[in-house]
Design a protein around this ligand. Structure first.
Ligand SMILES: Nc1ncnc2c1ncn2[C@@H]1O[C@H](COP(=O)(O)OP(=O)(O)OP(=O)(O)O)[C@@H](O)[C@H]1O
Length: 359
């Protein structure tokens, strides 16, 4: 899957643009505040139906306009799919996929598997487990079609269970949710673990190039200590404690990925540049996985490619990006080094005050 064409109207400072993209590498060059991130944000909006910078559509629509519109052509294994999305400041959404109106923005996710890497991307490793669950679940979502319905059901069950937890007096009153919750939790934990086991060898291959001086261990934590007791037993034993804190403290909603060097979390050992390289290794591996196991092409949005990486690391990273078989959009402030890194493989877009031109 790749984005072959994008027409933008009134999105941030981009008033109007018609862009034909390279199926491999697209470099977006421009000074600060020119609209590079706005272009990546527009692509992200098409892939996920939301922004990565704000949850308020009114911030994304051009100041003087009432709505933004994005038209795109997405190429997949069977041909081309037109997608149109319009969102207004007052909250109306119009989505058309392949000629038919569509109500759910969530339907967009199946057309353009997107990975975003921003300068703050290292929070995947240093931030809360929620970030790592989102990372893992992105891959499981595309790999295993029953993951999403299972996970949606678990989220609903947990919401009901947490509400009931506050009211009930004995554990037995929760049993009605826990029977189904435990079965589904086992299932999605197995799906997550199976995906992680297949992904890690790809991550390690890339890490051998990116961070050759470190030996990094990885571990999937399913959300409770499986070797100690079953989730059913945890839910029973934690009843009074959970009731006090007001939520369920064990289960797949607490899953995490743990990466360590000599037993210490990577976020306490690696520098910011090194953490950024680790995040690249993780996300590039997901792109490779999607390509080799799921026969889909991933789209990478890389905001501010060169930040915090020295020349040598940029070169190693560029080599992996070229070999990733994904479609890549990279934003940079200055293009000089980029030509040397990506050579003939790229199309360069210049952005100046929201106007985009092709080199
Ligand atoms: N809703 C909007 N309407 C019009 N302009 C906007 C809107 N929201 C933000 N802007 C402006 O759009 C410009 C583009 O911002 P963007 O973040 O895309 O810049 P950038 O090229 O990525 O810059 P940097 O290199 O500093 O990250 C900024 O000048 C910003 O003030």
């Amino acid at each position: 899957m790749s984005l072959s064409r994008l027409i933008i109207h009134q999105f941030r400072n981009i008033n109007s643009a018609t862009l034909d993209f390279n199926p491999k590498i697209n470099v977006v060059v421009g000074p600060n505040g020119s609209g590079k991130t706005a272009l990546l944000e527009a692509i992200y909006f098409l892939g996920l139906g939301r922004s990565f910078r704000t949850h308020l559509t009114s911030r994304v629509v051009e100041h003087e306009s009432k709505s933004f519109t994005l038209f795109s052509e997405i190429q997949n294994n069977n041909g081309s799919i037109p997608i149109g999305l319009q969102k207004s400041k007052s909250g109306e959404t119009l989505l058309k996929i392949n000629g038919s109106y569509c109500k759910k923005l969530a339907n967009l996710t199946q057309y353009l598997p997107l990975q975003l890497i921003t300068p703050e991307g290292y929070t995947l490793l240093s931030g809360s487990p929620k970030n790592r669950r989102a990372f893992l679940d992105w891959g499981v979502f595309y790999h295993d079609p029953i993951f999403y319905p299972n996970w949606s059901r678990i989220k609903r069950l947990l919401k009901q269970r947490n509400a009931a937890l506050k009211q009930c007096k004995t554990y037995n009153e929760l049993q009605i949710w826990d029977n189904e919750l435990c079965i589904l939790s086992e299932e999605i934990s197995q799906q997550r673990e199976a995906y992680f086991e297949l992904l890690m060898p790809l991550v390690k291959q890339t890490l051998a190039d990116f961070l050759p001086d470190f030996s990094i261990t990885s571990q999937f934590f399913c959300g409770w200590d499986k070797n100690n007791k079953s989730l059913q037993d945890y839910l029973f034993d934690n009843f009074y404690r959970d009731k006090q804190i007001g939520y369920t403290s064990a289960g797949p909603q607490k899953a995490d990925l743990r990466f360590k060097i000599n037993g210490i979390p990577v976020s306490d050992v690696l520098s910011r540049g090194q953490l950024k390289l680790f995040v690249y290794a993780l996300r590039l591996a997901q792109g490779l996985f999607l390509n080799s196991f799921d026969n889909k092409q991933c789209v990478f949005l890389i905001d501010d490619f060169s930040s915090e990486l020295d020349q040598n690391k940029q070169q190693i990273l560029a080599k992996h990006i070229i070999n990733s078989n994904a479609q890549i959009f990279i934003s940079v402030i200055a293009a000089e080094n980029i030509d040397r890194l990506f050579g003939q493989e790229q199309t360069v877009f210049h952005v100046e005050h929201g106007k985009i031109t092709v080199e």
